[in-house]
Design a protein around this ligand. Structure first.
Ligand code: C2E
Ligand code: MG
Ligand code: MG
Ligand code: MG
Length: 291
């Protein structure tokens, strides 16, 4: 049976469609259910943020946290951002959700700083649609003003694909955000197609080396060569570097030798609830103060 289906899938486009039809129906049903559920998710408080610490490679001090969006639906359970963010982008709901993320993250950092936690940056992911929306720079400024947080505490993460999709337009938006004092970084760097002549014009602060390169740096000669090249390129353009997805001591040692500036990954911490983040930062402060 399976052999015949495989044979048909290879040799007949129409059967190919039938073969996958049932899967496609299931997928479509899930997409529709999620899209429907998302309409009420904000007002029902089903979204929350976790925070993943980012550490300086030199002394392991926490220099910032990345806000990561979580959705817990009462019946469907935890839904990964990798699944629901593309749907939120398609339906346009990403604007409302993304605004909630920026406001919640900014207010959280303000409370932490007011309560005496050491200075650090709040990194927030932006989707393509948010980035291109003409209201974004004004929105960001007004959220910061309302929270009374200085703009240099906020860092907006933009994927390489989004920045390079329309680089001339992106340069204009980055310049606007930069003039307002907000920092920008390029997320998942190395997975898209970067034009170096545009990269050097980007008003960014940091390149985030994608975790797919970090995973095998200790064992794969190609990946280790790519990562050291990215670090050198970033530094020569005046950007700092952070490695994502750092899970092992061997990866940390390699990144230290190559001159990477910052680290983020399970080796130090998973994304944490706000209260646990606070505890992590306090403990980290005590440890790094001791030297
Ligand atoms: P990202 O921005 O590249 O975030 C890093 C992802 O890697 C997070 O997955 C994080 O939990 C995971 N991670 C961190 N350290 C490690 C590690 O050591 N090993 C492994 N295997 N994974 C690690 P998460 O939270 O599932 O988020 C996935 C993606 O969803 C993010 O990738 C980002 O593109 C998107 N996302 C998350 N929150 C938001 C948001 O508020 N707005 C937008 N537009 N996108 C978001
Ligand atoms: Mg990110
Ligand atoms: Mg990333
Ligand atoms: Mg990613």
């Amino acid at each position: 049976h399976a052999d015949i289906a495989m044979y048909n899938a290879k040799h007949d486009g129409r059967n190919d469609y039938r073969f996958f039809n049932h899967d496609m129906q299931l997928r479509t049903a899930r997409v529709l259910a999620l899209e429907n559920a998302m309409h009420q998710a904000l007002e029902r408080n089903e979204f929350y943020l976790q925070y993943q610490p980012q550490l300086s490679i030199k002394d392991h001090r926490v220099i910032g946290v990345e806000a990561l969006l979580r959705w817990k639906h009462p019946e469907l359970g935890m839904i990964s951002p990798a699944e629901f963010i593309p749907l939120a982008e398609n339906s346009g709901q990403i604007i409302a959700i993304g605004t909630w993320v920026i406001r919640t993250a900014v207010n959280q950092l303000k409370r932490w700083l007011d309560s005496g936690l050491p200075p650090m940056v709040m990194a927030v992911n932006l989707s393509a649609i948010q980035f291109k929306h003409p209201d974004l720079p004004g929105l960001v400024s007004s959220i910061l003003e309302q929270a009374q947080l200085a703009p240099e505490y906020l860092e907006l993460e933009l994927t390489e694909g989004v920045a390079m999709g329309d680089p001339v337009h992106a340069i204009g938006i980055m310049d606007d955000l930069h003039s307002r004092g907000v920092r920008m970084s390029i997320d998942d760097f190395g997975t898209g197609y970067s034009s170096l002549s545009y990269l050097k014009k980007f008003n960014i602060y940091k390149l985030k080396i994608d975790q797919s390169f970090v995973r095998d740096i200790a064992t794969d000669a190609d990946d280790s060569a790519i990562v050291s090249a990215i670090i050198q390129l970033a530094h020569s353009l005046g950007f700092i570097t952070i490695a994502e997805g750092v899970e092992t001591e061997a990866q940390r040692e390699f990144l230290l030798k190559q001159g990477c500036d910052e680290l983020q990954g399970y080796l130090f911490s998973r994304p944490l609830m706000a209260q646990d983040t606070e505890q992590f930062i306090k403990l980290n402060q005590q440890q790094t103060d001791l030297g």
